[in-house]
Design a protein around this ligand. Structure first.
Ligand code: GLY
Length: 341
């Protein structure tokens, strides 16, 4: 008999299994063979640029998880998983975009988060490829990135090396952790819904590193996008946010993302369009995750919405503590799975 079965082989499920096995438990992970939200995800670790009005508890949770990211990345091999710490530039195209970006930056700075305004010349000093049209922006040095398509194989290796078995059909276990992303709703009845995101992957000519190194959070004529440059020449451009369960890539979605990206960084017009896909974020009614005990023998760690990659280290540590000690860490208070009952 297992001590623990983890349902879900995405970053959250694998990291929980890894942490629990490292504490001496017998652990199986159930992998249904489907690629989850991680496959579409850009891998921004951005608690500052993602901090939004009215989500202070979630922001504090994101900040704590990002604090744990450097050590977590080092355990897996930081270079291997594409961990980079250049920080994020917020870039606004028009005067209206700048007013919107500044309103959010003022809120973020008011929470004590490290983000400073930059004038257009200061933005272009950092990234000369930015369009001469940009009206201003900001810099968040604490926001980093990782490549989720490298993270998952690294987590599988680490978990397996710690003794985890990855299976289709699990043996009985004392305890089950449900970490199945959008699939968690059918397994638990919890209010987790798919929020579609269309996302593009471009390639710089010759597969050279792109001509910019910061993650760029762009506001362009009212459209919100991000560009995530990778050393292997890839640039991820995301993402739409749609209350839909289908996985179609639409002409409108691609046009919206590319137009905004090229308005901010005109050079990307020369890049190859390598991939256009849609994924589904596991959304919840308050945009915050569901982490904790659901019933006797069942713990959930799901509903991470836009923040699954960022929240992987902290979720794994706190769920491993809960499994081992039986009581939830106070940090989990705002994220109790029963809060919508
Ligand atoms: N975290 C970015 C997104 O969900 O699009």
């Amino acid at each position: 008999m297992n001590d623990l079965v983890v349902v879900g082989a995405g970053p959250i499920g694998l990291a929980i299994a890894w942490r629990c096995a490292a504490r001496g438990m017998a652990v199986e992970v159930v992998d249904d063979g489907q690629r989850g939200a991680w496959h579409a995800s850009a891998g921004m670790l951005g608690p500052v640029a993602e901090a939004y009005f009215g989500e202070a508890a979630l922001t504090a949770f994101l900040v704590e998880s990002v604090r744990r990211w450097p050590a977590f990345a080092a355990e897996l091999g930081a270079e291997e998983i594409g961990y980079r710490a250049e920080g994020t530039l917020v870039v606004a195209l028009t005067g209206d975009d700048l007013a919107e970006a500044e309103r959010l930056r003022t809120y973020q700075a008011g929470l004590g988060l490290p983000i400073t305004s930059l004038r257009p010349a200061e933005l272009r000093d950092r990234e000369p490829l930015l369009s001469p049209r940009v009206r201003g922006g900001a810099y968040a040095p604490g926001d980093h990135q990782v490549n989720p398509r490298r993270l998952i194989p690294a987590l599988r290796r680490a978990a397996t090396a710690a003794g985890v078995t990855i299976v289709r059909e699990p043996r009985p276990a004392r305890l089950t952790v449900v970490a199945a992303g959008t699939g968690s709703a059918a397994l638990t009845g919890l209010p987790v819904r798919p929020v579609k995101g269309q996302i593009l992957r471009l390639r710089a000519p010759g597969h050279q590193p792109p001509g910019f190194s910061h993650v760029i959070r762009g506001y362009a004529d009212g459209r919100h996008i991000y560009l995530v440059p990778r050393l292997d020449g890839e640039v991820v451009v995301g993402a739409t946010v749609e209350e839909r369960a289908d996985a179609h890539v639409t002409a409108g979605g691609v046009v919206e993302l590319l137009r905004a990206a090229a308005d901010l960084v005109p050079e990307i017009n020369e890049y190859e369009l390598a991939e256009a896909i849609a994924g589904h974020r596991p959304g919840t009614p308050d945009n915050a995750p569901l982490i904790g005990r659901l019933s006797e023998g069942v713990i959930v760690a799901t509903g991470h919405y836009r923040h699954g990659i960022v929240l992987t280290p902290l979720t794994a540590d706190l769920v491993a503590d809960l499994v081992e000690m039986g009581v939830p860490d106070p940090m989990l208070g705002p994220f109790a799975p029963g809060r919508f009952a």
